[in-house]
Ligand binder design. Sequence first.
Ligand SMILES: NC(=O)c1ccc[n+]([C@@H]2O[C@H](COP(=O)([O-])OP(=O)(O)OC[C@H]3O[C@@H](n4cnc5c(N)ncnc54)[C@H](OP(=O)(O)O)[C@@H]3O)[C@@H](O)[C@H]2O)c1
Length: 309
Amino acid sequence: MKLLITGASGLLGINLALEAMDEHEVIGMDRGRLKSAPFRVIRFDFLQSNEIASLLDDAKPDWLVNCAAMANLDECEKHPDQARRLNADFPAELAKACAERNIKLVHLSTDAVFDGTKEGAYSEEDVPNPQSIYAQTKFEGERAVQAVNPQAIIARVNFYGWSLGGQRSLGEFFVNNLSEGRKVFGFTDVVFCPMWVNHLAQTLLAMLEKDLHGLYHVVGAQPMNKYQFGVEVARKFGLKESLIEPQSVERSGLTAKRSHNLWLSVHKLSTDLERPLPEFSTGLDGFYAQFQQGYPQKIRSYQQPVDKP
Ligand SMILES: NC(=O)c1ccc[n+]([C@@H]2O[C@H](COP(=O)([O-])OP(=O)(O)OC[C@H]3O[C@@H](n4cnc5c(N)ncnc54)[C@H](OP(=O)(O)O)[C@@H]3O)[C@@H](O)[C@H]2O)c1
């Protein structure tokens, strides 16, 4: 299949592209961060161009995975108009253009659409109540995509892995800081379901192959708090877990409001895929194996060097 990936320089985009290229023809869309990537790259900035329809006519993909977003919560609070453009308006345009061309779309959303006040796991039936500009604009994006393209897959995710800049994921945060002997905080009151990005990439491809459509929770099967996640990473990498100080997110000083419980049920997805989702420990093993094999350096070598002033 021909797979077009927006946001190909991002944490999910680059890992999905590398994961998919063995079996599929991959084209990545990027606004200038990638160099010498092992797949075809098309330059495109969604804030500066509205030529998406003609780009799709030229590229003619079978599948499109929309990984482009303004995904930094605190940046979204500072730039709400840009956040809305990238997280809601643009996905709607893309979804319409895909529907008109029979291109199967996966649109990425977030666990953060929920306010985190529920006891237990959220299902796809639960009603979102976004608490930040990021979450609000992502929720608007979900609804806009669903309205114009009912065949699209909307995947609410949360994942970790190795990124182009080496600092995008929570896994990298713990590895980088603990390796340098730096103390960090681990939030004990934010529960989430982290999934290794390669498992996410494989799962999205399996969903496309099965021609699923509609809203899905695509997260790890095991809920844990962020402190526990840090401890698991530290143990796997042989780093000092005592450097991680348990703390409440309420004392973090972060700008955007964070929800406390982002435990999402994956029952619908595992039922429709007819298999359980991968275990957390398998994902962590994969993340560590990549580290041992020099995968972080390989990913970073695809990044355009940043000009120093
Ligand atoms: N990471 C997580 O755990 C997590 C959790 C929940 C939901 N999600 C969702 O999953 C998706 C992928 O997230 P991610 O972590 O991979 O995000 P990311 O690493 O921040 O990547 C975002 C991508 O969007 C691109 N982008 C930003 N502005 C653009 C513009 N104006 N034109 C074209 N491209 C633009 C970025 O390009 P540059 O590299 O040039 O900036 C980058 O490639 C997003 O929809 C996000 O909301 C992620």
